[in-house]
Design a protein around this ligand. Sequence first.
Ligand code: NI
Length: 258
Amino acid sequence: MPLVDTHAHLDQEEFDSDREAVINRAHDAGVDAIIAVGVTAASSWAVVDLAARFPGVFAAVGIQPNYAAQAKPEDWQVVVELASRPKVVAVGETGLDRHWDYSPFAVQQDFFDRHLRLSQDRKLPFIVHTRESDADVLEMLREARRRGPLAGVMHSFTGTAETAAACIELGLWISFAGMITFKKSNDLRAVAATIPPQRILIETDSPYLAPHPLRGKRNEPANLIHTATCLAEVRGQSPAEFFAQTTANAQALFRLVA
Ligand code: NI
């Protein structure tokens, strides 16, 4: 059953020595599609280039909140232009992060707002990163929802069931990464069990967050199977049923066409 890795940083230097092998291993492991996610203007260029070179690789373009402060004025224009390239299926990653102090919060909010407006203008879904900022993210999503419909995903979700429900109500999907497999993640597994079948997605967030039993190693899209299998069990679904559901969900949100 084919899987979709909805979030991987394939352009990062961790993959410089064996990127093609990583993509081949993903295909061999049944991960038929990978969304390569940009975090800066340069990284957005790189993921668009990867999508052009590799079938099954798609791109998301954006400036991640921790990189917002270092973005030059012309960098945003790069994102806007890349958003119309072939195989660009999302805007992001974007969002808010109070954990790291890399970008002033007001700058993060400005960039999150730009991504949300670009998503609405282009009818491209957005990808949200949030760390210790769930209330602030919800507030900005509500404001954007007043302008028009939203389509997006809360990536690598670690929030509460209430936050997940509020995001779903606003039109979002909830994506889980390798943390769901960690021994201590009982609360997160309980949250995952509450997500409606049509609104759940899976991702690796490679090269970060390798799932159990690979924790601490470099993560790669082929490892998605561990997270997917764990989630199926948590939700009381057969792996085949759950895998098919998440793939259909990824298609519904990102409209992946090679
Ligand atoms: Ni990411």
